[in-house]
Design a protein around this ligand. Structure first.
Ligand SMILES: [Zn+2]
Length: 478
């Protein structure tokens, strides 16, 4: 066990306000007894593969370049670049156009440390947990087997635990199987300095049954029971020094499905439509961007709109991409969220709602946008590197996780954009235990009565998005 060795556990899609003592007693106790970051946030768009990549590079999407779950990428000139698909990611990797920043896997290899991944997520999300794992001979175990899993590890897990159970909803047997793989095979066999363990619940059940549905509560209980098994094993002296738990985003309730995905005039250019939608314009002039925004803000599905003018000029009715830290050359010219409830004053798992594009049914959970219910995540840690019984109110977000782990390991942070959460760290470093100053500001844009607001925190010069909402003719209940 090396100094700072860390196991990072993710509960996919868990809203912070659903991580209750009633539904997840082991997690609630862990949060209370360790360092608990009560103002933790996801990134934008609040989508899984973007979130995974931000976590593993310590950067927001504007720096790492995986700008959405689906977007337009030069390696797929005829269609959408789908980050859930191994093939698309492989194409981009071969072209050297997958990531602009180093991953935790590469950093561990450079430092002579080891990393492992155990994942129940999609092939694409599992790939982005350590995108060059196979080249670096770092072990991966995925429910999908080849090409995601390392063949020898996959065989070792199946030899010990039998065949991988079929997926279910809730996906309980797979959560339990993956937990066994982690503590019975991966740690005894590899003893990784850094290990990622990813549960794809409660995300899966929440999408299908709803954020507060009994099935989703059952999924949370199963996640928590398995988390309890990990804690018991860890407290008996096994595994890493430190455990961090996180969620990648929350979910809000999908209401009023769009009647069609064909909502953007074809003359504008190429599009990817979802909770977060992007338009890659044929005519990229500022005048045309203004024309497209003028049309968008009059549509009843339109939430917040993002555009960056040619020389950084503002466009009426839109906020700049930099405001959400998603300004990247592979990013869209115009992006927008689907309309959602105003989360500025009141929010909660039975309140937060949005229009939705497809593939769930009415009342199912959704994410991708800027509602507080989508952005508010779980982040907590225990171990010798972290303060015990510490509630941190300092805002933080997914890109801060890698710098924090690297700092606990004594490794360099160069190339990360996040901030090591020094206020929670224990040790000789004079920065440790001291919380930085935080400013709050609200950006706004208005056009044709469509108002949009974005609340940001500024921590040591870096902005973190708290949440965004619309009002006026852009209000939810119109
Ligand atoms: Zn997710």
């Amino acid at each position: 066990m090396s100094t700072g060795s860390t196991l990072l556990i993710t509960f996919d899609g868990l809203r912070r306000d659903r991580a209750t003592a009633e539904l997840m007693p082991n997690l609630a106790r862990f949060m209370a007894e360790g360092s608990n970051f009560v103002n933790s946030r996801s990134i934008f768009p609040s989508e899984t593969r973007v979130a995974v990549t931000s976590t593993m590079t310590g950067c927001p999407p504007g720096d790492h370049g995986v700008v959405a779950n689906q977007f337009i990428h030069p390696v797929r000139p005829e269609g959408l670049f789908r980050t859930a698909e191994w093939e698309d990611l492989e194409l981009a990797a071969q072209a050297g156009q997958l990531l602009d920043r180093e991953t935790m896997g590469q950093r561990m290899a450079n430092a002579g440390r080891t990393m492992a991944v155990v994942s129940t997520a999609t092939k694409g999300a599992s790939r982005m947990m350590n995108s060059s794992a196979h080249d670096l001979a770092q072990p991966v175990f995925s429910m999908h087997g080849a090409p995601v899993s390392s063949p020898d590890l996959h065989e070792a897990v199946l030899a010990r635990l039998g065949d991988i159970p079929e997926p279910g909803a809730p996906n309980g047997s797979r959560m339990t199987y993956a937990t066994s793989a982690l503590i019975e095979v991966v740690y005894p066999r590899h003893n990784p300095d850094f290990c990622v363990f990813w549960m794809n619940e409660p995300d899966m059940s929440s999408h299908r049954f709803g954020v507060t549905a009994p099935e989703t509560q059952e999924a949370q209980r199963i996640c928590d029971e398995n988390f309890g098994r990990i804690l018991e094993w860890w407290k008996a002296g096994n595994g890493p020094e430190n455990i961090l738990v996180m969620s990648d985003h929350g979910q809000i309730t999908g209401r009023r499905q769009l009647e069609t995905l064909d909502i953007i005039p074809a003359e504008f250019g190429r599009v990817a439509i979802g909770s977060f939608s992007s338009i890659y314009l044929d005519d990229r002039s500022d005048a045309n961007k203004a024309r497209v925004v003028d049309w968008l803000v009059q549509q009843d599905f339109c939430g917040l709109v993002f555009v960056t003018g040619e020389n950084g000029e503002a466009t009426a009715g839109a906020l700049p991409w930099a405001a959400v830290r998603n300004n990247h050359p592979r990013g869209a010219d115009v992006g927008f969220t689907l309309r959602a409830t105003d989360c500025s004053q009141s929010w909660g798992p039975t309140v937060d709602s949005c229009r939705f594009a497809a593939w769930i049914s009415d009342g199912g959970g959704m994410h991708g946008g800027l509602n507080r219910g989508e952005l508010s995540t779980v982040l907590a840690a225990q171990g010798p590197a972290f303060r015990a019984g510490f509630v941190s109110e300092t805002p933080c977000w997914l890109p801060d996780i890698a710098p924090t782990i690297l700092t606990a390991m004594g490794l360099p942070l160069d190339g990360t954009e996040g901030r090591p959460l020094v206020e929670a760290l224990v040790g000789e470093d004079p920065r440790f235990g001291i919380a930085p100053q935080v400013e709050i500001r609200t950006l706004q844009a208005e056009h044709r009565g469509h108002e949009q607001y974005l609340r940001q925190w500024v921590v040591e010069g870096q902005t973190i998005v708290d949440c965004g909402w619309t009002a006026g003719t852009g209000a939810w209940d119109r």
